[in-house]
Design a protein around this ligand. Structure first.
Ligand code: SAH
Length: 356
């Protein structure tokens, strides 16, 4: 893909929405410096046209690292006995959220955890209600698979956003990575149905994949991008797979920063007005300058950590995670710096989806 003839086809923006896997794979396969520069510039232009210069910020609170699942890639999987487990009490979750909104100025609080049934639907409803009583903000949930009835209750309590990654659209790979998932529980189909169900409840739905999973191909990643438009997804959260030594995937290579950046750029070009985050996993591969590059290649969201410092080292989905020695206010001044150094402005308001 180095001659100018070869380049002209993929770089031509398709406005009819009829992107195919065959259009996308060559873009994901670009390697030359010049070609990549062109790709990222095109994504940046699309971002400016469809989204504008504002970067929205969501504070993420990792409130429990207990997990009943055993996903092969994840550092907090049930079988990893090297993890010291913690749970943050509901009243403390509410206090942390209050501080994030009322002191640090975030307009969205994203509550994330392992799959932890200790928090009953009633408790989660109460947490959502208590946060919304005290703060003018959006509450987003990233708590894994719960029934649609439960998610409907959380919506009724006021939650408006959800983040449930599909992880990979390759069913065989999904089943290999999620033990027990080919049975009737936690199946690939259930995960996909959940994402569709969340949209039908009315949630602004975020999803995404890991990039560079063992056995994953460029064709798989192209399908992941097509998934966003097919299901009118509001937000894409994608990050490189980072190999954790205490998991069955130990010894596999990490995903690359370059492929993660290409995924952001191509998603922007194909999906136009979707929100795309510069993820913590991406930042972990390039702690200095990584998020700025993502913002210049199509991303428009940042998710600074609001978890109290004492818990951060315990929520290690992957090793060398950034910001584990920082406090919520350190992370807040850091995101503002990143946004300004990428020549962008901090988004005001709730930063709701542009996709209806
Ligand atoms: N329990 C919730 C939240 C999961 S943690 C849920 O099931 O939705 C958030 C995300 O971290 C996961 O969806 C996964 O994509 C990512 N993740 C987990 N382990 C990882 C690893 N080793 N490298 C990169 N990303 C990882």
């Amino acid at each position: 893909m180095t001659d100018s003839k070869g380049l002209s086809a993929p770089y031509h923006p398709k406005n009819d929405g009829a992107w195919t896997r065959e259009d996308i794979v060559p873009l994901l396969s670009l390697t030359g410096e010049k070609d990549l520069e062109k790709l990222f510039e095109q994504a940046d232009r699309a971002r400016k046209k469809y989204i504008g210069d504002r970067v929205h910020v969501r504070g993420i609170l990792e409130f429990s690292n207990y997990c009943k699942n055993d996903c092969l890639y994840c550092g907090i999987r049930r079988s990893n006995s090297n993890v010291t487990r913690y749970r943050i009490e509901p009243h403390e979750i509410v206090e942390i959220a209050e501080n994030a909104v009322n002191s640090l100025g975030y307009s969205t609080v994203l509550l994330q955890s392992g799959e932890d049934d200790h928090y009953t639907p009633g408790m989660i409803e109460e947490i959502i209600r208590a946060i919304l009583e005290r703060c003018d903000c959006r509450v987003a949930l990233s708590i894994g698979e719960r029934t649609l009835d439960e998610y409907r209750r959380f919506y009724d309590a006021g939650a408006r956003r959800c983040l449930v990654r599909f992880e990979t659209t390759n069913k065989k790979l999904y089943e290999r990575l999620h033990p027990g998932s080919s049975a009737t529980k936690n199946s690939f189909e259930e995960r996909m149905e959940l994402i569709k169900g969340l949209k039908s409840i009315g949630y602004q739905c975020g999803t995404g994949c890991m990039i560079g999973l063992p056995g994953q191909t460029a064709e798989d990643l192209a399908e992941d991008i097509l998934f966003y438009n097919r299901h009118n997804i509001n937000m894409a959260g994608m990050g490189p797979f980072l190999c954790h030594g205490d998991t069955p995937l130990a010894g596999n290579p990490d995903g690359t920063f370059e492929m993660a950046l290409k995924m952001i750029a191509v998603t922007r070009i194909v999906c136009k007005d979707i929100f795309i985050s510069a993820t913590t996993a991406l930042q972990t591969l390039k702690p200095i300058g990584g998020r700025e590059l993502a913002l210049q290649a199509g991303a428009n969201l940042l998710m600074p950590n609001i978890t109290p410092k004492k818990y951060r080292k315990l929520y290690l989905l992957y090793p060398n995670k950034v910001c584990t020695n920082e406090s919520p206010s350190d992370c807040s001044s850091c995101v503002t710096r990143v946004i300004h150094s990428a020549n962008r402005t901090v988004g005001s308001g709730f930063g709701d989806t542009l996709r209806k």
